[in-house]
Every structure is written in structure tokens, then in C-alpha cells.
Design a protein around this ligand. Sequence first.
Ligand code: AMP
Ligand code: TRP
Length: 326
Amino acid sequence: MTRIFSGIQPSGELHVGNYLGAVKNWVALQQGAESLFCIVDYHAITAPYEPMLLRSRRRDLAFGLLAAGIDPARATLFVQSDVPEHTELAWIFNTVTPLGELERQVQFKEKAQRQDSVLAGLLNYPVLQAADILLYRADTVPVGEDQVQHLELSRVIARRWNAQFAPDADFFPEPQPLLTPTRRIMGLDGQAKMSKSLGNTIGLLESPDEIWAKLRPAVTDPKRIRRTDPGTPEVCNIYHLHRAFSEPATVQHVAVQCSTAGWGCIDCKKVLAESIETELVPIRGRAAQLMAEPSRVDDARAAGAAKARVLAKETMRGVRDRMGFD
Ligand code: AMP
Ligand code: TRP
């Protein structure tokens, strides 16, 4: 049976971008495969951070993932730092990882460029990611396009370790990426990918009023100035959001209304707000239930860690044994 593993950093709020780009896919996948979803807090500390904020974000993310539909009865939802074997295996993998492979990682190069002093943790970030996945001997990793290179490195590490320490058996499977079907969601500014750090998000747990307050002034087709000007859907970010949220028939209708100036941008945004509502109502419902019973979040975290540790320990027994540790 396939075993799925994926991770998400507790580095900001859960917004409709990372929901559509990752988490919604996890919710669907947990139905058909053994799934582990991990809040990767040791990855989050490779960028400057506030300890108190890390604590609240970890919890908020667990809350958000449960509200989004991750079901602890089906999937193992857990926190990376609750399972110390992640860092143990990461250290071991550092000893079989070629430095050149790490220096070649595009994400590392991009992040390093923006910093005066580059820390080793940033360079070794993908080694920890390989440890996350291989600790559970997961074969399938649902991720976005930007993680494909990290997954390639995970396969290099699995191969190297297997060749050196388990030549007779493929102890670690080579994990394959499962690309998320949704393309990246642009932020409300229409300029860049939706991202907490850019302040252009729609939060997954925001109220309809809060969402409308953001949608109403959001950027549309810049060439459509008067209500009577026909618009060009393809260049309008609101149209792209329709494609992410609305039924195909609605999307088609929107395109016609926009390009014939049948609707103004506000009309179009109202329909988008409704489509977003349809997606978010069940999530908000689950969030309300969790608010009423907050211990369920902590219980899910503890149960997830317990399940993950059983698997992690089993893998580490095999690793330690083959590497000459008692
Ligand atoms: P992040 O919240 O940036 O740690 O990302 C968590 C996951 O959500 C990653 O798999 C990202 O590729 C995905 N993701 C984040 N932002 C977006 C976005 N605006 N559109 C699509 N996917 C996203
Ligand atoms: N690097 C991933 C991201 O930024 C997060 C991550 C950490 C991850 N460990 C993982 C994703 C293991 C998949 C599998 O989105």
C-alpha cells in the first residue's frame, strides 16, 4: 500500500493559497492511502523567528489543518519536534549527502542570496526534509512544483544510504512527488503568489465580512476603468480566483459577462465571494466545533505523535543496526 507523507511549516496562517495548493489535496488523499502529515517546526526555525510565536503558530496550524478536514481517525497528523528521530536521522543523512547537491538547491540559493550571513541549517534544510519522508519510508509525497528538487535530493540520499548500508535490500524506498493539481494561487494584489509575508491573503478561517472587505478593493483587469469597458478575464486575478473556486459553468459565465461588460467588477466579485463561501462553510463549521472542544487539538497532536513514533523507532532500529550503532 502507498504511504503518503507531506509537511507544512508553521510559519504563518493557513490561507486559501496553501489550502488549495496543498492541504485540500491532503484531505482528498487521506481517504485512499496511509497518510502522515507533519507540522515541520524544525524547518521553520531556519528563518529568524520568535519562540512565543512559534508556539502559537504550531497550535494554530494544527487547529487549521483539522478544520480543513484532516481527519485524525484516517491520517496521522503530528508535530515534527514531537518525534526526535527526525533530527537523529537528519544528522545521519548529513553524513551521506554530497555538499554540492545541497549548494545546487534553488530554494537554498534564493534564500541565501537574501541574507548577509548564511547559516548551515538553511543549507541542510533539505536533508531534514529527506529524513522526514524516509523516516516513515513513505513512497509518495504530495507537494507543489517548488519542492520537486528537494524530492530529487531525498532520492539521492535514499540511494546513497541504501548502497552503503543495505546493499542487499532497498531499505529506503525512493520517494516520488505527487504534484498538486492546483496551480499557484496569486494574492489579492495580483502581483505575487498568495503568501502571509506579503499580506495579500484570504485566511482560511476569516469571516465572510472580512473576506468581502479584502475582495471589494482587490485588483482586477487594470485596463478596465469604467463600468462599461469590456474586460479581459485572462489578465484579471479575480477571474483566476474564480477558476480556483467556482464551478466550471460559473467560470464560463464570468468570462462572458466580463468580456461583454455585462457585469461590473463588483458583480463578479460578489459571485466569487459566494463560491469562496461554499468552499469555506464546512471548514468554518469544523473550526467552530474545535473551538467548543479545544482539547481535541491537543489530543490529536498527542495521538499523532504516538503513532508516528512507533514507525519512526522501527525505522531507526534498522538504521542503527545497519550502521554499527548498538
Ligand atoms: P507555505 O504555507 O508557504 O509553507 O506552503 C505550504 C504548502 O502550500 C506548500 O506545498 C506550497 O507549495 C503551498 N502553497 C503556499 N502558498 C501557495 C499559493 N499561493 N498557491 C498555491 N500553493 C501554495
Ligand atoms: N519544504 C516543504 C515546504 O516548504 C515543507 C516540508 C518539510 C516537506 N518536510 C517535508 C514537504 C517533507 C514534504 C515532505 O513546503
